[in-house]
Design a protein around this ligand. Structure first.
Ligand code: NAP
Length: 333
């Protein structure tokens, strides 16, 4: 049995691991079999993470976080969690290879997953021209035309990145204003390869075996046009990844895991949540990292209050018995 298991290996998971490892809690990080490192593994340059004045590539940042956690004794497992049993003092985490890991405390930092447009052909042509990751798939679109759907930071970042490969990048947005940061917008507007198409929604994805075009509808006039593109990158945000804890942990109206005040404490004692899975608003690497810190500190306090026999069973150091309170009669004598 472990003192603490951290599920997730994004900025929240690894920061929690750094703090838990430095507190000698010997954390085990379940990092996922494919998506280890979280969303930053699919990003290019990260320019807003403090401490890197010249920017840092997303995957490099995650490797550094992992190395820092391992330096203090965190152990990483590259597998997926298939089921969690969170009630009671001993939590059970089931892994893809059949292993069941037991732990006294769990930090749930599973991040978020990409939203889909909800079109049948989007799923059918996924991997055949439809993608959610420009850094992963962009190179397949050299000298081609692609469309990026969305109007947030992700969409504008993806569009700008894709201009390295594609001849034309259509940025298709359902409204007439972006919600992306001003810096991202200025970069996209200044790029001659990017054509912004306002007030357009995707109605169709065309192609038998590969994407050959998309049908977009003008939200004001209802007119449908076909864009001849070989790729469609969907960048319309993400939803918290909570499917494993439904029925166990309480959720907010936004679908994130509910926590007590500014803490990471969920409705189940010993279960803490951090990162995008608790954050419907900010979703930044640095806020996730801060939230991972909170979770590790909360977990540390929780473990410190557990009975000695449980801590020892989980490989923890037994606490020193409290010093006896001196007899006031002896002190005054
Ligand atoms: P987001 O900010 O939620 O933006 C999603 C965009 O997709 C919005 O423009 C939204 O349109 C559009 N959209 C949503 N559902 C749609 C649908 N069904 N059909 C068509 N369009 C749809 O998501 P995000 O861009 O992934 O960013 C998430 C968070 O990560 C943000 O806090 C962002 O700042 C952060 N982020 C930061 C960076 C960076 O700093 N380097 C990079 C990427 C992301 P409406 O505008 O009409 O709602």
């Amino acid at each position: 049995m472990r003192q603490i298991v951290i599920i997730g290996s994004g900025p929240a998971g690894y920061t929690a691991a750094i703090y838990a490892a430095r507190a000698n809690l010997k954390p085990l990080v379940i990092a996922s079999s494919v998506e280890f490192g979280g969303e930053l593994m699919k990003t290019t340059e990260v320019e807003n993470f403090p401490g890197f004045p010249d920017g840092i590539m997303g995957p490099d940042l995650m490797m550094k976080m992992q190395a820092q956690a391992e330096r203090f004794g965190a152990e990483i497992v590259y597998d997926d969690v298939t089921k969690v049993e969170l009630a009671g003092d001993v939590k059970k985490i089931h892994l893809g290879d059949g292993t069941v890991v037991e732990a006294l405390a769990v930090i749930y930092a599973t991040g978020s997953e990409y939203r889909k447009l909800g079109l049948a052909d989007e799923t059918r042509l996924s991997g055949y021209g439809v993608s959610w990751c420009a850094t992963c798939d962009g190179a397949f679109f050299k000298q081609k035309k692609v469309a990026v759907i969305g109007g947030g930071d992700s969409a504008l970042e993806e569009a700008t990145f894709l201009t390295r490969f594609a001849d034309t990048v259509y940025l298709v947005h359902r409204r007439d204003a972006f919600r992306a940061s001003v810096a991202m917008q200025e970069r996209a507007f200044a790029d001659p390869k990017i054509q912004v198409l306002w007030n357009q929604e995707v109605a169709h994805v065309y192609g038998d075996e590969k994407v050959t075009g998309i049908g977009i509808v003008d939200t004001e006039t209802g007119t449908e046009t076909t864009l001849d593109v070989q790729g469609m990158f969907v960048a319309i945000g993400s939803d918290p990844r909570t499917h494993l804890i439904h029925g166990q942990l309480d959720l907010t109206e936004a679908g994130t895991i509910a926590v007590e005040g500014r803490s990471s404490r969920t409705n189940i004692p010993g279960v803490f949540a951090a990162g995008d899975v608790v954050d419907p608003t900010y979703k930044q690497a640095i806020t996730a990292a801060g939230s991972g810190t909170v979770a590790a500190l909360d977990a540390e306090h929780y473990l410190a209050d557990l009975p000695n026999d449980l801590l020892v069973a989980a490989g923890g150091d037994p606490r020193e018995p409290a010093a006896p309170v001196p007899d006031p009669a002896i002190i005054s004598a």
